[in-house]
Design a protein around this ligand. Structure first.
Ligand SMILES: *Cc1c(COP(=O)(O)O)cnc(C)c1O
Length: 392
């Protein structure tokens, strides 16, 4: 059922033992845990793909970015701020924190900002993990949880999804005396599924109080299901829950890198202890503040995503493919063919998607929902690619 990464794994990569340092031939003595971290492999820039294939108008539906661009109000605020870039940012994100705390109905000392929610995931590890500690994650889920754990020499315990959804009862059973953090990705990346209110309640009521439960809600604003849990209520009731959200997705500011965490004061203090003083850049703070106020823009992005979701669900069904119903801005779909081959066929038609092999589902792809035009192009490319692949 669940898998614990074995310490012996290191040996495979030339490290003698998990806790021992290893001297390379002439190299710098490095921490063995580095051998267990696969560096993120960034895709080629879209411009480079266009040059190599000698095509134009390539669309990337691979990183769940906002296809509508940033909010115009955020752009305006940024432009006005630029002459002050000689100054260091506000290390406390004071004004943004004030706005956000008021919006969420929490105190300012319950909020921490990060260089993307990604940084906060790493900081949680830095604050709470020692070698040998265990981190509980669903499988497949967001890969940054692994990074955070492995960087600290901690063990990752994986609990398989059940019908593409978090299996919270199984995760509860997987808790041991060594468990320090549980990551619940809600909606889950890459499947787009959510855990429901009652499921989460049952889990949180039983999970030991010394464990930090991280609710990763990067796609919070896209959810339409009424039975989606409000994790902040659990934070407010004094549970050890840290809710993570981001300005990278619905707010369209992925390039600026800013996300936030809301949790118990003690947890926020710990995260402030391990973060760098100027971890969030000034431009990001200014743009995020403006984006937060632009509610009409967020509603529009939500609407376009809902329409795209319905269109894609209909078209994928027409092609006879089975897609996981999504609450986010991406869709996980079983294509019936090898996803890496399909990737190449789609790429030649100028469409970049995420292959499922990295998530342990070789035939699946994850596609970000785009503009209506991008969605149509994707479907046309997919139809052609599947036809070509099935001809052989
Ligand atoms: C995109 C994403 C994030 C964080 O994004 P940042 O750009 O680092 O704020 C966090 N969790 C999940 C599941 C994501 O998909």
């Amino acid at each position: 059922m669940l898998t614990v990464e074995k310490k012996g794994l290191c040996a495979q990569y030339g490290a003698s033992s998990f806790h021992e340092r290893v001297d390379g031939m002439d190299g710098v003595t490095r921490r063995p845990c580095l051998s267990r971290i696969t560096p993120y492999v960034p895709g080629k820039p879209v411009e480079e793909v266009e040059r190599e294939l000698n095509i134009s108008g390539v669309i990337k539906l691979a990183s769940n970015e906002n296809p509508l661009g940033p909010s115009p109000r955020a752009l305006q605020a940024l432009e006005e701020y630029l002459p002050r870039l000689n100054f260091y940012p506000d290390g406390n994100c004071y004004y943004l924190k004030q706005d956000l705390a008021a919006r969420l109905g929490v105190e300012m000392d319950q909020v921490v900002f990060g260089n993307g929610a990604d940084e906060l995931i790493t900081l949680v590890g830095a604050a709470y993990l020692d070698p040998g500690d265990e981190v509980l994650v669903a499988d497949p889920s967001f890969s940054e949880y692994d990074f955070s754990a492995r960087l600290m020499n901690a063990e990752v315990v994986r609990v398989p999804l059940k019908q593409f959804r978090h299996d919270l009862p199984a995760m509860l059973e997987a808790v041991t005396s060594k468990t320090r953090i549980v990551f619940i990705c809600n909606p889950n990346n890459p499947t787009g599924t959510i855990v429901y209110r009652q499921e989460l309640a049952a889990f949180l009521e039983k999970v030991p109080r010394n464990i930090l439960v991280v609710m990763d809600e990067a796609y919070y604003e896209y959810v339409s299901e009424p039975d989606y849990p409000q994790s902040l209520e659990w934070v407010q009731q004094g549970h050890n829950v840290l809710t993570l959200r981001t300005f990278s997705k619905i707010y369209g500011l992925a390039g600026l890198r800013i996300g936030y965490g809301v949790g118990p004061r003690e947890v926020i203090t710990d995260l402030n202890t391990v973060r760098e003083p100027f971890n969030v850049n000034a431009a990001a703070q200014v743009a995020a503040r403006a984006a937060l106020l632009d509610e009409a823009y967020v509603r529009e992005v939500y609407r376009v995503n809902q329409e795209g979701k319905e269109y894609l669900a209909g078209e994928l069904a027409r092609l006879g493919l089975s897609a996981v119903p999504t609450e986010a801005n991406f869709i996980f779909v079983d294509t019936g063919v090898d996803s890496r081959e399909l990737f190449q066929h789609l790429l030649r038609q100028g469409v970049i998607v995420r292959t499922g092999d990295i998530f342990g589902h070789d035939r699946c792809i994850r596609i970000s929902i785009g503009t209506p035009e991008q969605n149509r192009r994707f479907i046309a490319a997919l139809e052609k690619a599947l036809f070509d692949l099935q001809q052989r």
